[in-house]
Design a protein around this ligand. Structure first.
Ligand SMILES: Nc1ncnc2c1ncn2[C@@H]1O[C@H](COP(=O)(O)OP(=O)(O)OP(=O)(O)O)[C@@H](O)[C@H]1O
Ligand SMILES: [Mg+2]
Length: 237
């Protein structure tokens, strides 16, 4: 079984003369445990692709299946609980990190775990371990306003990964980070792919991060124009 199946996915924003086709006819599958990079110029449709797969941006045409659940076929399938599917199957890492301002770093991660029925003690252990692996062991009790941009980003990453989701969607997760922290994030993603068999799609421009990926999709003008195994770095500019 695939973790992500996309067939002829198309997303058109707007109607008539001002319509923009942001993703056109994308077809691919991602297996559990695969780490896939999405590369392409600004405006090529990378974020649209992630959000259409991620149950936040309704596809205009085509099919999407997430972890065995059909979610879209010419638009969302009727009767879906999108919120619940997102919570149970998906982990998102976006650049706007939306930490809850009145909770500490640790509590921001724990809240994702408590919603999913872990005990408080288990949640504390898991959240502490995740934050430590992202170099935030010394910031557990800091509030978001006291964190740097890169630290906030890593807390948001810990929160997105806390429940070991089957599908992880990340939009430039390392862009705001220095080399060491960028590597830690990639190592954590790789670990989740291997140990938890999560399928992971990562939009990146970051050539430092290319080594860990199993496959690379290149997007141009709304189309997936190429797919490479690893070992290809000529596309990074
Ligand atoms: N909500 C929207 N309404 C209308 N057009 C949109 C909307 N979101 C994106 N677009 C358009 O769709 C196209 C693809 O945008 P998208 O954000 O997916 O690109 P991207 O590859 O993520 O770019 P970047 O690297 O700059 O983040 C662009 O032409 C953009 O202007
Ligand atoms: Mg984008």
């Amino acid at each position: 079984m695939y973790a992500i199946e996309v067939e002829r996915l198309t997303k058109i924003y707007g109607k008539g003369e001002t319509a923009v086709t942001a993703i056109s006819d994308a077809t691919f599958q991602v297996r559990p445990g695969e780490l896939v990079a999405i590369l392409g110029p600004s405006g090529s449709g990378k974020t649209t692709l992630l959000t259409a797969i991620g149950l936040i941006n309704e596809p205009t045409h085509g099919k999407v299946v997430i972890d065995g659940a059909a979610v879209a076929d010419e638009g969302w399938l009727p009767g879906l609980d999108l919120k619940r599917l997102r919570r149970e199957k998906l982990g998102f890492i976006f650049q706007a990190h939306n930490l809850i301002p009145f909770l500490t770093a640790l509590e921001n991660v724990m809240i994702a775990l408590e919603i999913n029925r872990l005990t408080r003690r288990e949640a504390t252990e898991r959240a502490t371990e995740l934050l430590a692996s992202l170099n935030l062991g010394h910031r557990l009790h800091s509030y978001p306003t006291a964190l740097s941009g890169g630290e906030s980003q890593r807390v948001a990453i810990a929160r997105a990964l806390a429940n070991r989701p089957k599908v992880i969607l990340a939009d430039e997760p390392t862009a705001a980070l220095d080399t060491e922290n960028g590597r830690n994030v990639m190592a954590l993603l790789k670990k989740l792919a291997v140990e938890n068999h999560s399928a992971i799609l990562v939009v990146t421009h970051d050539r430092r991060m290319v080594e860990g990926f199993d496959r690379i999709f290149r997007v141009s003008d709304g189309r997936i124009v190429g797919e490479d195994g690893n070992g290809i770095s000529r596309d990074f500019t």
